[in-house]
Design a protein around this ligand. Structure first.
Ligand SMILES: Cc1ncc(COP(=O)(O)O)c(C=O)c1O
Length: 491
């Protein structure tokens, strides 16, 4: 058995693959020129920079520049003049120049939807090693203590609360959540906090509140499959914005897309993004809010993993920098306390009233006893102590998984050390297909989450997401070398 030493690496290949599969470098460059032309910043008849200038001004190769100009020419925005360069063409209507919003899917062994269901189902099989799961182990949650609160709440709740809590949710729970926002240093109005059935309902309601079928929505790539499904189900058009494993969402590409498309919402995870685990810096969160505010585009902020930080403090979400009520901050107790209770919320800013009505029209209310039970648990003050223990356990499990990866995965595998949450986004060696790994792993009783689950264009085929949210058991200890063997790693 040979011991391999790996370091957690930046994953340049992953970035390249994402950019190519979603918005390629030349497309981003073309978008940015197109935006300036449409805004009149580069007037009709002006000469565009030479290909050599593109290299010095934009850090792109001449061939990238040439492809960008070719695309702009296809959109009718510029014209080449023999031996003289490229010039801005007379104005055309905006619909003529709109490039296709999604890259054409490459051939794949499975579409992302059935893949998601297959992976979720595989995790439910008894005895399966749940590396593909979306949840941490229930053993890490204080379920007996929570059950006490649930019983107490059910025994003591006023019979009127079953109707008085509709549709915004249990007042006590909303106050408790508001107090947590205060403790984080970002007070939120209790009237703007609405209780939902998990974060997923909050996110879906937010999306419905600000879009109509046919609208463009900016989404991350890779992104949480719940986002891809919601966009698809509501008949929206996704504009996929690349996410870098180290730096997060590409704001240049986002701005270019905002210039080109009439984007009605942006759905993004700013803390411990699923699947990459990346957290935006404070500066980047501010820049994201400033950019969207400039375009008056609402941000649907999915922050279900924020509480699972390994550092001392909750990394403030983008909502903390929102001055216009344009950010809808969504979270839940599903990943931190009570997965099956299905209790989440949104601090909805200026959209609170609209979301309240949508909630009333769809599910009326989330289960009242579960809300009251969680409110009782929170008010007794044990939540922070539980979270501290949970974070320590997750960080320990991360170290265990990293050491197993280092030992058993083949050379060429890489990942970025995450600062919270419970996912590692692994870049597999060149030529390895994560879907095939998934198929062969299932046959061995191990579930993994192949990268294609996190893209509507079936990209990220050499990536796999592994869950380290489960205590390190013998099963896990044996699963890692088994995965390594499938991948041709050291024996
Ligand atoms: C990024 C992300 N957002 C939202 C959700 C849904 O959260 P909930 O279970 O609270 O509905 C999940 C669950 O997997 C998730 O990973």
């Amino acid at each position: 058995m040979t011991q391999r030493s790996f370091t957690a690496l930046h994953c340049p290949r992953a970035r390249r693959a994402q950019t190519e599969a979603v918005m390629k470098r030349y497309e981003a460059l073309a978008f940015s020129f197109a935006a300036q032309i449409r805004a009149g910043e580069i007037p009709t008849g002006s000469r565009l920079p030479s290909l050599r200038q593109i290299t010095s001004q934009h850090g792109a190769s001449q061939s990238t520049g040439a492809r960008a100009y070719y695309l702009l020419e296809q959109w009718g925005l510029i014209k080449a003049r023999d031996r003289s360069g490229f010039y801005v063409a007379p104005a055309v209507s905006s619909t003529e120049i709109l490039p296709s919003p999604q890259t054409v899917p490459e051939s794949s062994n499975a579409d992302p939807f059935s893949l998601v269901f297959a992976v979720l189902e595989s995790v439910q099989q008894p005895g399966t090693v749940p590396l593909g799961s979306a949840f941490p182990s229930p053993q890490l949650f204080p379920l007996p203590r929570l059950a006490k609160s649930l019983c107490y709440a059910a025994r003591t709740q006023s019979p009127w609360s079953t109707v008085s809590d509709l549709p915004s949710g249990n007042a006590h729970l909303r106050q408790q959540i508001a107090l947590r926002y205060v403790a984080m240093g970002m007070p939120q109005a209790t009237e703007e906090i609405l209780i939902t059935s998990g974060a997923l309902e909050a996110l879906n309601l937010c999306l419905s509140a600000v879009t109509r079928p046919g609208d463009f929505v900016a989404v991350e790539s890779p992104s949480f499959y719940g986002c891809i499904h919601a966009v698809e189900r509501m008949g929206l058009k996704a504009i996929e914005i690349p996410v870098d494993c180290r730096e997060g969402i590409d704001l240049i590409a986002l701005e270019a897309a905002l210039n080109i498309y009439d984007i009605r919402a942006c759905w993004a995870m700013t803390n411990f993004q699923n699947p990459t685990g990346v957290t935006l810096t404070v500066q980047k969160k501010k820049a994201l809010v400033e950019l969207l505010t400039r375009y008056q585009v609402p941000l649907i902020e999915d922050d279900v993993y924020g509480e699972l930080h390994f550092g001392h403090h909750y990394p403030l979400p983008a909502k903390a920098f929102d001055t216009q009520g344009l950010v809808m901050h969504c979270s839940s107790f599903s990943k931190t306390l009570a997965p099956g209770y299905r209790i989440g919320w949104v601090s909805a800013g200026r959209f609170a009233e609209k979301i309240k009505r949508l909630k009333l029209m769809t599910t009326s209310s989330s289960a009242v006893p579960a809300q009251a039970g969680i409110a009782d648990y929170l008010s007794h003050g044990g939540y922070d102590k539980h979270l501290r223990k949970l974070r320590v356990a997750l960080e320990r499990q991360l170290r265990q998984m990293e050491s197993a990866l280092t030992r058993w995965f083949p050379e060429g595998s890489s990942w970025i050390r995450v600062e919270g949450g419970y996912f590692l986004w692994i870049e597999l060696p060149v030529g390895v297909d994560a879907f095939e790994l998934h198929t062969r792993a299932i046959a061995n009783g191990i579930s993994v989450a192949p990268g294609a689950m996190f893209s509507s264009t079936r990209s990220f085929r050499t990536n796999v997401r592994l869950n380290f949210g489960h205590p390190w058991t013998v099963n896990l200890e044996e699963a890692m070398p088994a995965l390594g063997r499938i991948l041709g790693g050291p024996t």
